[in-house]
Design a protein around this ligand. Structure first.
Ligand SMILES: Cc1ncc(COP(=O)(O)O)c(C=O)c1O
Length: 451
């Protein structure tokens, strides 16, 4: 349906416009190239549709302003890190109070906020015992270690084209011939991931049972809906089947709610009444201040506590010096208590529904074979229809050139999407007008493409 010559021409035009509009960002990038590896503070910031990144000047609520003075409707929201909106007032005040007035970001002493956050995460996700990290990656790493310790089993099972951070065990996919293989581009894998992991497609219960039956899987680590290869929703009965099979074969179930937190105040776990053994989370939970953690069921906590010889307090492989620090837990408390509240999620979900509906109307108006999928406060479009049912299918439907065109076209007209996705996320500060602005620009971008 897409004329590739036309697409290439339009992308070229948009990249030219981007360069013209953003001389200060371009200059800052040029200057940084002499000092930063890859020219960016973190190498993933080179994931940019336009050739260089926009530099940040300011960010408030659902708006971002770049170095050249353009204001954007920010539907990227730090790829979920800023789902609470940028610098939400309550979090800013709690952070200023802790760090500025009372002091003590890193003291190796607990504060009372931590237990409050544990209780609140327990209310939301249904797991009573929490421990904190500064990233979701670390929460996953430590949860994996605990699962191995408890079960005495070596392997972690994940879904193909999942993402759970830079965790060695998860960089594995189901290859074209059905064999398990290292994910393309896996940087410096310590061992072939087939040694540490098993992988199956999402929504495939027979494959899951086949792999669990080997009896060597410590834990299934999964998102209740995939969110890092577009959004892939579970089919009816799938998650119940996962829980039943993991119990039957003695594997723990870890729900990574870092992105699926968008489904509601207690993520998919609460929204869909799931019963994982462990939940991991990061990103948005601290309102932008590095924060994360894992929650354990009473049974898992008791099993760990009953084990002799685990070094949980020093160098045994679980923990970080700054994890659970007073600043991070103060930020989590304020964010959960005042910003990402039950009411906020209702409004955010309504906006995402408006987003998905509007995008679907534009897709339908042009008869395009595309789809849009919503998960609470998040929605994403994918260039295939019906929406993919697993990671492999969704990966195959990728169209990087089309992604780039839409991303640069939108950025040139004041709308930001996540560089890694065609994802739009709603924050408590996002408005209907913001969503409508996206639709106006998206409709124009699509109309030019198919004209
Ligand atoms: C589901 C999921 N888990 C974990 C992570 C890792 O988060 P971080 O990079 O903040 O450690 C991500 C990042 O995108 C994610 O999407």
């Amino acid at each position: 349906m897409i004329d590739r010559t036309r697409l290439a021409r339009l992308l070229d035009r948009e990249r030219g416009l981007f360069r013209e509009r953003n001389p200060r960002s371009a200059a800052a990038y040029e200057q940084a190239r002499g000092h930063l590896f890859g020219g960016v503070p973190m190498t993933w910031m080179n994931k940019t549709a336009a050739g260089f990144p926009l530099y940040l000047a300011e960010a408030h609520g659902a708006r971002v302003t770049d170095l050249d003075g353009h204001e954007y409707v920010d539907l990227c929201l730090g790829d979920t890190g800023a789902m609470a909106g940028h610098s939400p007032q309550a979090t800013v005040e709690a952070v200023a109070d802790r760090f500025g007035r009372r002091g003590g970001a890193t003291v190796m002493m607990p504060t009372e906020d931590a237990a409050w956050v544990g209780a609140e995460l327990g209310r939301r996700f249904g797991l009573p015992y929490w421990s904190f990290s500064l990233t979701a990656t670390d929460a996953n790493r430590w949860a994996i270690r605990l699962a191995r310790a408890i079960t005495g089993r070596p392997k972690i099972l994940v879904n193909s084209y999942c993402y759970h951070g830079s965790v060695d065990e998860v960089l594995i996919v189901v290859g074209p011939d059905g064999r398990q293989e290292s994910r393309e581009g896996n940087v410096g894998a310590p061992v072939d991931p087939a040694v540490t992991s098993r992988v199956v497609e999402f929504n495939d219960l027979p494959a899951l049972e086949r792999e669990l039956a080997y009896g060597d899987v410590a834990a299934v680590l999964m998102e209740p809906a995939l969110t890092n290869i577009g959004i892939v929703l579970p089919e009816p009965g799938y998650l119940e089947g996962v829980r039943e099979l993991t119990r039957r074969y003695g594997s723990l179930l870890i729900n990574d709610e870092t992105h699926t937190f968008s489904a509601g105040p207690g993520g998919c776990t609460k929204a869909w009444n799931l019963r994982p053994d462990i939940v991991t989370i990061g990103k948005a939970v601290g309102g932008g201040i590095p924060s994360g953690g894992y929650g354990l069921s009473a049974e898992v906590a008791a099993r760990i506590e009953a084990m002799d010889g685990l070094d949980l307090v020093d160098m045994g492989g679980v923990g970080g010096t700054l994890a659970g620090n007073p600043l991070s837990v103060a930020a989590m408390r304020a964010t959960l208590e005042h910003v990402l509240t039950d009411d906020a999620f209702s409004a955010m979900t309504e906006l995402a529904t408006r987003f998905a509906k509007g995008v679907q109307e534009i897709i339908d108006a042009h008869g395009l074979p595309w789809s849009v999928t919503q998960l609470g406060a998040r929605a994403e479009y994918r260039f295939t229809s019906p929406a993919p049912r697993d990671g492999g299918e969704s990966n195959a439907a990728g169209d990087p050139e089309l992604d780039d065109y839409l991303h640069v076209h939108l950025a040139n007209r004041g709308v930001l999407l996540t560089p890694f996705h065609n994802m739009a996320l709603m924050s408590p500060a996002t408005t209907e007008a913001d969503v409508d602005r996206h639709h106006e620009v998206f409709a124009a971008a699509v109309a030019e493409l198919v004209a």
